[in-house]
Write a protein that binds this ligand. Structure first.
Ligand code: ZN
Length: 225
């Protein structure tokens, strides 16, 4: 009898969880600007979260917002709330493209300039490029041209550039072969035509990409993969 109850409660628990997820994914208020975006299922994603296994962080700003991640180059960027000095890992293996790490972290309450952000970029074998931004002073742990493997610690988060507080901003830009790059601002991160929607294989299901802390206050945990 006990066994039966156990099985029954386990079934109910699984049912309740999947129901919740279903409702969240069907919520028409979510991803409203992201309609039609092609988010692959977590299990098929080539990416892992850019933080260490076992750690949990919440999302300050998700995709397709009315803020700095509105339509365009940064549409599919994420802002992760994390203290200065947090280890950042490579979401996917690749070759380090550009490294900028000479800017000082901002004092609390101040906002810096967009072209004074520290960052590291990693080019993937399909031509896409991950860009990890606002790193701390000397916060790049790899050099241009280095190979990095998925999950390897490559940088330390910070509070440099156009930011109002410590966080990691990141996005994956589409392959250059898919568009014509017209962004030639010299000191900025070299954006390609657009960022692309990505999901992560080592955390809970997320239908519209990672949801921000208003919807997912507990954030996302990087699970072993
Ligand atoms: Zn951002």
């Amino acid at each position: 009898m006990k066994k039966l109850l156990l099985v029954l409660s386990l079934f109910l628990l699984i049912y309740a969880c999947s129901k919740d997820e279903e409702n969240l994914c069907a919520d028409s208020d979510l991803g409203v600007n992201c309609q039609g975006a092609d988010y692959v299922k977590n299990s098929d994603s080539p990416y892992v979260l850019p933080w260490e296994t076992g750690k949990t962080f919440s999302i300050g700003q998700g995709n397709c917002t009315e803020g700095s991640h509105s339509l365009g180059q940064l549409q599919f960027a994420y802002d992760i709330n994390m203290p200065i000095g947090t280890n950042i890992v490579a979401m996917r293996s690749g070759i380090v493209g550009k490294v900028i790490e000479s800017f000082e972290d901002l004092e609390p309450g101040t906002v810096g300039l967009a072209d004074e952000a520290n960052y590291i970029t990693v080019k993937h074998d399909d031509g896409t490029e991950a860009q990890y931004v606002h790193l701390t002073l000397n916060g790049a742990l790899k050099n241009e041209g280095d190979s990095v493997i998925q999950g390897e610690i490559i940088a330390l988060s910070g509070n440099t550039g156009y930011t109002t507080g410590p966080h990691l901003h990141f996005q994956v830009m589409q392959a250059l072969t898919e568009c014509e790059d017209t962004d030639d601002r010299p000191n900025y991160i070299r954006y390609f035509c657009n960022s692309i929607p990505i999901t992560f294989k080592n955390t809970s299901e997320h239908c519209f990409g990672l949801l921000d802390s208003k919807l997912m206050p507990n954030g996302y945990t990087a699970e072993p993969y």
